[in-house]
Structures are given as structure tokens and as C-alpha cells.
Ligand binder design. Structure first.
Ligand code: FES
Length: 81
């Protein structure tokens, strides 16, 4: 069975990517991941080590409130059950 890549949008933080991954730049040069199977990719725009997260999101108060299912929908489903 092929191992799947899983990407998790962390709360107010980076995209956590887990699995057999390769990351390349615009010229198809491969980033050295040092054999890691989990990396954190910046989505706040503030990292000085893009595309990787360097923790800047915490210092700048990055907020990413989106969810896979809208909160209003989740609450409506809870009330209906
Ligand atoms: S998400 Fe962590 S530095 Fe941008």
C-alpha cells in the first residue's frame, strides 16, 4: 500500500505536511529535507526560511480561522442531532 501524504492546516500556524514528500523550488531544485517525513510550511508569509515555518507566525499574531467545515454549519448540525 502506498503511503499517503497528509497536510494539516494547524491552528494559527503552518501547514504540517507528513508523508513521503519532495519539495522543489521554481527551477525544480529540490530542498534538502534531511530525510524528514514531516515538515511545516509557512502560510503566514512571515518566515525568513520560506517555504518552511520558522515560528514567526507566533510573534506576528497570525490568525487563520478557517476550518474545513464552516463553524456555523457544524453548530447547525449539532443542534439538529
Ligand atoms: S506559518 Fe510559521 S512562520 Fe509562517
Amino acid at each position: 500500500m502506498t503511503e499517503q501524504v497528509r497536510i494539516t492546516a494547524t491552528e494559527n500556524g503552518p501547514l504540517s505536511v507528513k508523508g513521503p514528500i519532495t519539495i522543489v523550488d521554481q527551477d525544480s531544485n529540490q530542498y534538502d529535507l534531511g530525510g524528514r517525513k514531516r515538515v511545516a510550511l509557512c502560510r503566514c508569509g512571515g518566515s525568513t526560511t520560506k517555504p518552511f515555518c520558522d515560528g514567526t507566525h507566533s510573534r506576528i499574531g497570525f490568525q487563520a480561522a478557517e476550518r474545513a467545515v464552516a463553524e456555523a454549519d457544524a453548530h447547525a448540525e449539532q443542534r439538529a442531532s
